[in-house]
Structures are given as C-alpha cells and as structure tokens.
Design a protein around this ligand. Structure first.
Ligand code: FPP
Length: 227
C-alpha cells in the first residue's frame, strides 16, 4: 500500500494524513476483491524496515492500525471475511497485539475471503524463522526441501500468491513474500494507494487475466492457457 506520503505531500498535508486516507478506503478495495471471489488477499501494512521511520510516524501507524481494526472489524466480519496475521506481533504494543488476536479469533469461522494482515512483516525474516524451525525440528540435510521450508513459513496454510500489486510507482517488492511470490504475476501501478479504488482493482485483475503463466515450462506442453 505504497504512496500515502506522496499523496499527502501533493496536497500540502502531513504524511500522517496520507496514511489516514489510505486506511479509510481499505474496505472498498477489500469488498471489490471479495466481489471478484479472490480467496486470499495479503495487505502489506507495516514492514520490519518501517521501524527506521521517524518515531512520530511509527507511533501514528501503530495507532492507526488499532483504530482501523476497531472501525472496520464488524463490517468485515459481517461480510464473511476472515482476518489473519503474518509478522512479528511481539514487537508491537500489547493493546494492538490483543486487537489483532481478537480480530483473528472473532473471524476464524468466516470463509468468503481471507484478509491476511502483514504487520511488522519481512519476507527474509520469515524465511530465517522457517530455517530455524527446520533446525529445531532436527530435519536432516537430505530432507530440506522447498516444501519443508514452505510449510514452516507464516503463510503455511495459504496458497502462493498469483498476483502481487504494488501501488505508488515503484518497481520492486521490498521484502514482501519473497519466497512465496517466486511465480506471482507482478502488477505495478503509478496510482498512489489512497487513490487506488475498486476500478483499479478491476484493472489489475483484467491485466492478470491476460497474462500467460508458464511456471518455467514450454507453452503447448500442459503449461499454456490458464496453467
Ligand atoms: C507506505 O506508504 C504505507 C505505509 C508504510 C503504511 C500503510 C498502512 C496503512 C494504510 C494503515 C493500514 C492499517 C491496517 C490495520 C490495515 P509510504 O509512506 O511509503 O508512502 P510514500 O512512498 O509516498 O512516502
């Protein structure tokens, strides 16, 4: 969800107001993905690198995350959305940790769409913790497989992402789902996150539908079309 700061700057507002605008329209975007029957959507809300931002901005983002959960939870629950979380919650304030855990518990039985909140998440850190688990589990070198790592990642019970959308004009993934997105399709849009609405969701999905995914195989040999 990149571009909040620039959106605010363009309007002569404080960066915080860009984050607030970005948080306020999340629901509309989620609803649009749900209407398209997307089963799992991961929102990158706070990266492990974001701790390097000015303290006032970090504190604002932590408060905003709590307020956004408070404001949106009932509507998301009623819409059949299951909330999940990936990332290290131990480092966030207790109150926010409890809010996230309560939201995950409340919505655990919903099955329309899973919204996975990546908060204090870093893709490489997740691979490191998976490898630590492998070692702790006593897995022998010959048994270290891709599957053995995948099933120890925070996303173990989720499918690999098919589409990765980055707003805000940058063409990089910034430590997001680095292992899982090996075969994702990438969609980069200059639209700043607070301006990214339902029509942009439609555009991203139309573009995705035009991609031909080959997963390293040869077209016409079981790997063309929608494979
Ligand atoms: C990146 O824009 C955005 C963030 C670091 C924060 C995104 C978080 C929210 C919208 C709140 C979401 C809360 C929940 C609970 C879902 P940037 O500041 O890097 O923008 P810039 O590149 O224009 O400076």
């Amino acid at each position: 969800m990149d571009g909040n700061g620039r959106w605010a700057n363009e309007r002569g507002l404080a960066r915080q107001q860009g984050h607030r605008a970005g948080a306020e329209h999340i629901r509309g975007v989620l609803e649009r993905f749900a209407e398209h029957e997307i089963p799992v959507l991961t929102l990158f809300a706070f990266s492990t690198e974001n701790w390097g931002r000015p303290r006032t901005e970090i504190d604002y983002l932590l408060r905003l995350a709590g307020r956004t959960i408070d404001r949106e939870l009932d509507a998301l629950h009623e819409a059949g959305i299951r909330l999940q979380h990936i990332g290290d919650l131990d480092a966030v304030p207790d109150a926010l940790q409890r809010k996230v855990e309560a939201a995950v518990k409340l919505t655990a039985g919903n099955d329309r769409m899973t919204v996975n909140l990546a908060f204090n998440y870093g893709g490489r850190a997740d691979v490191v913790q998976a490898v630590r688990q492998l070692v702790a589990d006593g897995v022998q070198p010959a048994d270290v497989t891709e599957e053995a790592i995948t099933c120890r990642l925070a996303t173990a019970d989720m499918p690999a992402p098919d589409l990765l959308v980055r707003t805000g004009g940058e063409h990089r993934i910034s430590n997001f789902l680095v292992w899982q997105a090996a075969y994702a399709e990438y969609y980069f849009t200059p639209t700043l996150w607070p301006d990214f609405g339902p029509a942009d969701v439609d555009a991203a999905l139309v573009e995705f539908s035009r991609r031909r995914r080959r997963f390293g195989l040869v077209p016409g040999n079981g790997a063309d079309g929608a494979s």
